[in-house]
Write a protein that binds this ligand. Structure first.
Ligand SMILES: [Ca+2]
Length: 183
């Protein structure tokens, strides 16, 4: 009798109708934060400057990433100068200058920096702050967007003999960060 019941149980298992549907294509990808600056070197140079001399040149800053960004600029000068000439040279940076030349510099645009020191060995924040988040002066660029900065450096007419035959080299560093979820 026990053997017969066990046989019946195995016959009942399996064989219910079922259905399945997959939801495909749930893809995630991350964006990029990239900043490009043109020209990438020797944007501003002047040899054998005399007091009163000025050099003016444009810098194009481009958001080459896929995310909106804000950027900041730090100017660091070489240690051999020990800030001697770097602190004497006066730099001004503007946005929105129609004609970025020495003659056209004052006519249009908005001052973003200066007149102030060219830079320093410890790094001078000339535009915004590379620290995470929005700080005063940070510049924002939409993905694929760009803007032209116009930079001018002057050796003041008040520059004395102590500054003859001096040399300083500044590096402008552009730091970009995402603005999304980063107030
Ligand atoms: Ca910042």
């Amino acid at each position: 009798m026990a053997v017969a019941l066990a046989g019946l149980t195995t016959v009942v298992t399996g064989a219910f109708f079922t259905g399945t549907q997959s939801v495909t294509g749930n893809t995630f990808s991350t964006g990029t934060v990239d900043v490009g600056v043109s020209p990438a070197a020797t944007a501003l140079t002047f040899s054998a400057m005399a007091p009163g001399d000025t050099v003016t040149a444009p810098l194009t800053v481009s958001n080459t990433g896929t995310l909106a960004q804000r950027y900041a600029v730090l100017s660091t000068t070489d240690a051999t100068d020990a800030d001697f000439l770097a602190a004497q040279l006066q730099m001004t940076i503007k946005s929105g200058v129609t004609t970025c030349t020495t003659a056209g510099f004052t006519a249009t645009g908005t001052v973003l920096y200066g007149p102030g020191v060219l830079g320093s060995t410890t790094g001078t924040k000339v535009i915004g702050d590379a620290a995470q988040g929005a700080q005063t002066g940070d510049r924002t660029l939409a993905a694929g967007g760009s803007e032209v900065l116009c930079a001018q450096v002057t050796l003041p007419t008040s520059t004395g003999n102590a500054y003859q035959n001096a040399t300083t080299t500044a590096t402008l560093r552009f730091d970009a960060e995402q603005t999304t979820n980063n107030p």
